[in-house]
Design a protein around this ligand. Structure first.
Ligand SMILES: Cc1cc2nc3c(=O)[nH]c(=O)nc-3n(C[C@H](O)[C@H](O)[C@H](O)COP(=O)(O)O)c2cc1C
Ligand code: SF4
Length: 375
């Protein structure tokens, strides 16, 4: 019997062999300039061997220095970075049959890292209650960042990536523009939902013009803020419709900004809950509203759930992040008939490792190893 999860899908002209996606994952492996290192190559070689349909890289900043969110983050703000990326793409293509997209981002006000390094952040609006040096962007600076996104997307294509994905979620610059919490501008970039989504549409149109009609341009989109006074889902849904009109080829649905964000939710394994797919209904509503492929991310841990989402037509692709930190070859395992759920327990113990500036690894696995040694 045909299993729809392992059926191919086409995004623009790109053929992807199955409906499984690796969601973008910051891994702390880039050098000071945002360039690829041997550790980056190792991580992506391993992912490339794992039968994932589409691998999305960790977010890469499009503007330098303002635009970077975290240490060890990838960059795509200048041409000398392209050869390293070419090597990484070649590594993935030679390792297996996965396709690879680069995620591109501007952090805006969301970069404690830059503050630690003495920078004043660029904000959509001044937020006096936010205890970080920042200032409101000028019209010229907004135009400059849109251009940076387009130039970055051209570099992504030049490096041989199969697609580019814009990061429009989790409180980074695009999220800040659509959110009434962060955007209190009174010019054409703020106020009404139309004005607040203008930045998204301009970024998409400018990228589309720069890379051509055939190149797949995707977005990971925070479909609502999940906070009081934030952007509601009804607005997010309309933004999805408008983004498709502006030229987007596929949307990965996430949600949530700021503290207590629902974007990386903790698991509930103690209560026997394996999958906690909090954005499934939102993805299904977006899928009904737009004519392009929609992916859903967050909390998918079992093969059964992944199959149910695709067979039930709630999304066209399922996207996973943390399970691949612990098991880069999870999909190959499932394909070989070992169909137990991902061993990732969504505990978020991988973050302290990154904060210590060590390469990304599963903190739970390390904890268990330590426990084993102590016993
Ligand atoms: C270590 C780590 C790094 C992440 N880096 C990114 C990133 O670069 N870009 C992004 O859009 N989301 C990033 N995320 C969020 C994930 O892509 C994903 O949306 C979230 O973890 C929920 O999916 P999951 O339950 O399958 O992990 C990161 C998450 C983790 C745990
Ligand atoms: S530490 Fe390991 S088990 Fe916990 S969320 Fe990260 S990858 Fe999953």
């Amino acid at each position: 019997m045909v299993n729809p999860l392992f059926e191919p899908i086409k995004i623009n002209k790109l053929e992807i062999k199955n409906r499984l996606m690796r969601s973008a994952t910051w891994d702390g492996s880039a050098d000071e300039s945002g360039g690829i290192t041997e550790e980056s190559i190792r991580i992506y070689r391993e992912l490339g061997q794992g039968d994932i349909g589409l691998i999305v890289t960790g977010y890469a900043f499009v503007s330098h220095p303002l635009g970077q969110a975290n240490p060890g983050q990838y960059g795509i703000y200048s041409d000398p970075l392209i050869p390293g990326w070419k090597r990484l793409v070649k590594t993935v293509h030679e390792a297996g049959t996965s396709k690879i997209a680069m995620q591109i981002v501007h952090a805006g006000i969301n970069s404690p890292y830059l503050v630690q390094n003495g920078y004043t952040l660029l904000a959509v609006s001044k937020k006096p209650e936010l205890n970080r040096p920042h200032r409101e962007m000028t019209e010229e600076e907004i135009r400059g960042i849109i251009k940076d996104f387009a130039e970055a997307a051209v570099r992504v294509r030049e490096a041989g990536f199969d697609a580019v994905q814009i990061h429009g979620a989790h409180g980074y610059l695009l999220s800040q523009f659509v959110s009434p919490i962060f955007n209190q501008r009174t010019d054409r970039w703020g106020g009404s939902p139309e004005n607040r989504r203008r930045f998204h549409l301009e970024v998409i149109r400018t990228i589309r013009e720069a890379v051509g009609n055939d190149y797949p341009v995707l977005i990971k989109f925070g479909a609502e803020d999940n906070q009081e006074g934030g952007m509601p889902f009804s607005e997010g849904l309309e933004t999805c419709r408008q983004m498709v009109k502006a030229g987007i080829d596929g949307i990965e649905i996430s949600a949530g900004v700021g503290t207590g964000s629902a974007a990386i939710s903790e698991g509930d394994l103690k209560n026997g809950v394996i999958d906690k797919v909090v954005f499934r209904e939102k993805a299904a509503a977006v899928k009904k509203a737009v004519g392009v492929p929609v992916a859903v991310v967050n909390g998918i841990r079992s093969l059964q759930m992944a199959q149910e989402i695709i067979a039930g037509n709630d999304a066209d692709m399922v996207s996973l992040c943390r399970p691949f930190i612990r098991e880069p070859h999870l999909i190959s395992r499932w394909l070989k008939g070992d169909t137990g759920p991902a061993t990732c327990i969504s505990c978020n113990r991988c973050f302290p490792i990154l904060r210590r500036r060590e390469p990304l690894a599963c903190g739970e696995e390390r904890r268990l190893e330590r426990k084993g040694k102590d016993n």
